[in-house]
Design a protein around this ligand. Structure first.
Ligand code: ACO
Length: 309
């Protein structure tokens, strides 16, 4: 769906969307596709890249805020779709930071020795929770999924460090208020549109910029890595101006920053793994490279993962 398509739905323009967000188009799932369907395709690609079969996976972590249904979990549905019969499975809700929270949790299970091969997937069908009459949100989001298999390695490559943070006092800035036990689904909740994504965009924007600038600087400092040693920054794709602000703070040239928001919009938990996959498949990541993944989203939550490839 292009910005021009959106011009026919709400009072907006390609110029406004491009200038304020960097988005040109976004992908929309088919009416019969749910989060587990997208997750399944991404997971099959991740398994094939890792040279593994579904039976080798012993844990599935599905990061999503647009799961198939309240329960069973999208991770369990995905387990069935994949035929990953040896895996435990659960969902993880950290909005746009979900995939990075998932990597952090996977790292802990692997270090503890209780799981060997963990499938971490971020999958979202945000188009089904967007109010297509609200120009303040409907232009921002897209659907997608990305996945990775995490396992123990020998040598220096792998997850160097992880950061997870949250501030629940600011949860109201970005939420889907209805459909849960606070505002259960009813004719009224549907009439009021409480099952749609609500966002105080400008306030969220300012907090995201400040928080992410601090997060990327602190993560590198903690690990005694200079920004110039970083081969690639892979940020959550919410807004090009937020991405540029983090890059400027690190004095990183934009060639060292993965940007694909123009094609996908904000795909929440799917955004970082989609960007990581594109970086790997296009040869932008080489053995020994330091890569910093970072994200910020509803909760509020924010997270970073420093990798050595
Ligand atoms: N087309 C045209 N005009 C618009 C549109 C639109 N689609 N949307 C808003 N406007 C108007 C507003 O009505 C306002 O008009 P006014 O000045 O007459 O009142 C004007 O544009 C400016 O609106 P702002 O909201 O102040 O614009 P801003 O520069 O903040 O950009 C945006 C809005 C793109 C939403 C930005 O605030 C943003 O990216 N926020 C952060 C998003 C984010 O990081 N979310 C976290 C992750 S998402 C997750 O966790 C699921």
């Amino acid at each position: 769906m292009t910005n021009r398509d959106l011009e026919t739905l709400v009072d907006t323009s390609d110029e406004w969307i491009t200038e304020r967000t960097g988005i040109k188009e976004r992908r929309i799932a088919a009416p019969n596709e749910a989060a587990s369907d997208l997750a399944c395709e991404a997971s099959q690609k991740a398994l094939s890249a890792a040279g593994l079969k579904p039976k080798h996976i012993d844990l599935i972590i599905a990061a999503t805020v647009t799961g198939d249904m309240p329960f069973p979990s999208t991770a369990c549905t995905l387990q069935a779709l994949l035929g990953a019969k040896n895996a435990a499975a659960f969902d993880l809700n950290a909005a746009c930071s979900g995939f990075l929270y998932g990597l952090s949790v996977a790292e802990c299970f692997i270090k503890a020795g209780s799981k060997k091969r963990i499938l971490v997937v971020g999958s979202e069908v945000l188009s089904k929770f967007v109010d297509w009459e609200d120009r303040g949100t409907c232009v921002l989001f897209g659907d997608g999924a990305g996945a990775a298999v995490v396992e123990a390695t020998e040598g220096e490559s792998g997850i160097i460090s992880t950061e997870m943070h949250s501030d629940g006092t600011l949860g109201g800035l970005l939420c889907i208020p209805g459909g849960g036990s606070r505002i259960p689904p009813s004719k009224d909740s549907v009439r009021d549109g409480s099952h749609f994504i609500k966002m105080k965009g400008n306030e969220t924007f300012k907090i995201a910029v400040r928080t992410l600038e601090r997060l990327v600087v602190d993560t590198l400092k903690k690990n005694k890595i200079k920004p110039s040693e970083l081969a690639l920054l892979i940020p959550h794709q919410a807004n090009l101006r937020i991405i540029q602000a983090a890059a400027e703070r690190l004095r990183l040239p934009m060639e060292k920053v993965l940007v694909n928001i123009d094609r996908y919009g904000n795909t929440s938990a799917a955004s970082v793994p989609i960007a990581l996959d594109e970086a790997v498949r296009s040869g932008r990541v080489r053995e020994g490279d330091y890569i910093l993944l970072e994200a910020f989203g509803g909760g509020l939550t924010w997270a970073a993962v420093l990798l050595k490839w």
